[in-house]
Design a protein around this ligand. Structure first.
Ligand code: SAH
Length: 395
């Protein structure tokens, strides 16, 4: 096995058990390793620090599999890690019975580059690093053993694969296509999941609890749901008794899917739902021009800042929509606002929202801090895992 030798002093992050080693931390590679191969990590003074997956194309040159120098990285290792991740979910009563569930949340489950989401008895697997790619078959075997799932579909088409020198890979790895789309029930709402073409693995499971929370806030309210995708927040608002729900997205197919999702739930009052295909930045201005106001507004935009390099531009975009959001909020209303940008931390996000409220002339306060659901844990040694942050503000 090749050895990756660190620059002097660069072993410190490994003592904190941080799973990434950047190219700048690496002194040299002793021996030969190809993309995804397991390498032993050595401090400059020769101490053995663990094992990781080598990735010559990425600035993250190595992702740690284990901080135990004696641990063997083989099929059995992945069986243990996958089984532990599944068991963590089973130990949480709040996740019991969820048909849409994240089983593996990458670094935070000790499996860098590996995402696995379960929709009913289908698991959708997404591999985003050279190391994860190398162990695809091990992951499939481990998932079948840990879950007994009937099918595994691969959705390894995330843009970040390019950074690892990988091309897209999609298709069935185990079992065959189910007839029709996959249906799940999320907190009483039926939803179709387009695992082959939808965003991420088909659905935004991370917002499950927050969608339910919106439902609990919605009774009798006029709701505006911006960036609605397939209508998850909108349907929970209707279920919660909203007086009206206006949902906006720029994607026609997403809105078609949202309407189809609504029709799967005939008990919901479809006549209270309105769907608008538009750019949210423009639509919010138009709504303001028309003198509209809402009691409850959701802003759940896409990742404006995938990394720190995009932070400034992203900050302006968050400021813009939140400023408009506050302006459209009826007195005493609630704004539920999110950022899923890795490049915008919680502190900065809160500052942006504060400045948006100030410029909108609204006296606002945080009544709740929101985050991803429990099946999207954040490993304490991997703060980058906390990408989703939300604030519920009353103004
Ligand atoms: N809240 C959703 C997830 C939102 S994903 C849920 O709970 O499932 C972000 C959505 O924003 C996508 O559907 C994308 O089509 C949409 N989007 C991206 N940029 C947009 C823009 N400028 N205006 C309107 N919608 C946009």
């Amino acid at each position: 096995m090749a050895e990756l030798i660190l620059q002097a002093g660069k072993e410190r992050s490994l003592f904190r058990r941080h799973p990434w080693l950047f190219d700048s931390a690496v002194h040299s590679l002793r021996g030969r390793a190809r993309a995804g191969d397991t390498v032993t990590i050595l401090a400059h003074d020769g101490r053995v620090l663990g094992k990781g997956a080598y990735s010559p194309h990425s600035r993250i040159r190595c992702r740690m599999w284990s901080f135990d120098a004696d641990e063997v990285i083989d099929d059995a290792f992945f069986k243990r890690r996958v089984a532990a991740a599944v068991a963590r979910r089973q130990a949480l009563p709040e996740l019991a019975g969820q048909e849409g569930l994240r089983l593996i949340h990458a670094e935070s489950d000790g499996l860098p580059g590996v995402i696995a989401d379960r929709y009913g008895d289908t698991v959708v697997l997404q591999l985003t690093s050279a190391g994860a790619e190398k162990w695809r078959q091990a992951m499939v075997g481990a998932l079948i053993q840990a879950t007994g799932c009937a099918r595994i579909y691969e959705r390894s088409d995330a843009g970040t694969r390019k950074l690892e020198g990988l091309t897209a890979a999609t298709g069935w790895l185990h079992g065959e296509a189910p007839a029709g789309e996959i249906r799940i029930v999320e907190n009483g709402v039926r939803l179709g999941v387009d695992y082959a073409h939808g965003h991420k693995t088909g659905f935004y499971l991370d917002q499950r609890d927050n969608r339910a929370r919106l439902g609990h806030l919605a009774a009798g309210k006029s709701v505006l749901n911006c960036f609605c995708y397939t209508g998850g927040f909108s349907l929970q608002a209707l279920r919660g008794g909203a007086a009206s729900v206006l949902s906006i997205d720029s994607s026609g197919p997403a809105l078609d899917h949202a309407r189809a999702n609504l029709s799967l739930n005939p008990e919901l009052p479809a006549e209270r739902a309105e769907w608008l295909e538009a750019d949210v930045f423009q639509a919010l201005r138009d709504l303001r021009q028309e003198g509209c106001g809402f009691d409850l507004i959701v802003l759940d935009p896409p990742k404006f800042a995938p990394s720190a390099a995009h932070t400034q531009r992203a900050a302006r975009a968050y400021k813009d929509i939140n400023l408009l959001g506050f302006r459209l909020l009826n007195p005493g209303g609630l704004l539920m606002t999110y950022s899923c940008s890795g490049g915008v931390g919680l502190e900065l996000f809160q500052k942006i929202i504060a400045s948006a409220a100030l410029d909108a002339g609204r006296d606002a306060r945080i009544v709740a801090r929101l985050s991803g659901a429990a099946d999207h844990p954040v490993a304490l040694d991997f703060p980058e895992g906390e990408y989703l942050k939300g604030l519920l503000c009353s103004a």
